[in-house]
Design a binder for this molecule. Structure first.
Ligand SMILES: [Cu+2]
Length: 260
């Protein structure tokens, strides 16, 4: 524990604007282990754990692979701490800030969602959460669900089950960009680091990312639905899969969704 304190202290002193907490980032850590590491790093930085945590959150890159783990930590925080006025203000700033990454926004929204509605700031009192499970149909190169509808800005929890014999991923992409992102995935099959990048194109048109799911496994991701209504394709960009392995996420206000 002392070592992790010292590492955190050294790293913090080396780059005061960029908090770091190596023990917190260990992928295999359990939630209690993660919280203990975070508490130690925050103490070393002379900060309250939740403030230290929000500093880390604000640094999350778009489609950061740690997003779900950060979100689980956020959702596990006590209502007393999360509902403090300055914490709510910070969470709302991360949500609203144009410069915040998609990953930072989803962690902030999960923290607000963890609060009972009456303890949320008024502008976040109603948070629409939508859960969906999609299965890769064995030997069909397709998802079992071809379309679903969410409301703008909803907190979405999407699980992908893969009982197929091949790996698959699932990306939510910008309206009209299915073929462009699909062919970009195809090209990644021909470059050395394509697989290391899990065939995820480096493009602003990629809105949400679930990396490769191995045969027989399931994985899930959280994301915030776009605010702009429209039809957002979801697609597997493993080379040669995209033409049949895709679907449509419709973003529509609740009244419009009910009328569909
Ligand atoms: Cu696939």
């Amino acid at each position: 524990m002392l070592v992790s304190w010292l590492i955190g202290l050294v790293l913090l002193q080396g780059s005061p604007s960029l908090p770091a907490c190596p023990e917190f980032e260990v992928a295999s850590s359990s939630l209690p282990e993660r919280r203990a590491a975070l508490d130690a790093c925050a103490a070393a930085a002379n900060q309250k754990p939740i403030d230290f945590f929000l500093d880390l959150v604000s640094k999350l890159a778009p489609h950061d692979s740690r997003t779900d783990r950060y979100g689980a930590v956020a959702a596990g925080w006590s209502a007393e701490e999360l509902s403090q006025e300055h914490i709510c203000a910070r969470l709302l700033a991360i949500l609203d800030e144009k410069g915040s990454s998609a990953s930072a926004r989803v962690v902030a929204l999960r923290a607000l969602h963890a609060l009972p509605p009456e303890k949320r700031p008024p502008s976040a009192r109603v948070i629409d959460q939508f859960s969906i499970e999609i299965t890769a149909v064995p030997a069909q190169m397709s998802y079992d669900i071809k379309a679903f509808t969410v409301s703008p800005g909803a907190l979405v929890h999407l699980t992908l089950h893969n009982p197929d014999g091949l790996e698959h991923n699932l990306l939510v992409v910008a309206p009209g960009s299915l073929a462009e992102m699909g062919t970009a995935g195809d090209r990644m099959g021909q470059v050395p680091d394509g697989r290391a990048k899990e065939f995820v194109p480096d493009s602003a048109k990629v809105l949400s990312v679930m990396g490769l799911v191995a045969p027989g496994k399931s994985s899930s991701m959280w994301f915030v639905a776009p605010l702009t209504p429209g039809t957002y394709p979801y697609v597997c960009t493993y080379p040669a899969h995209w033409r049949t392995m895709n679907g449509k996420m419709k973003v529509a206000a609740p009244a419009a969704a009910a009328a569909q």
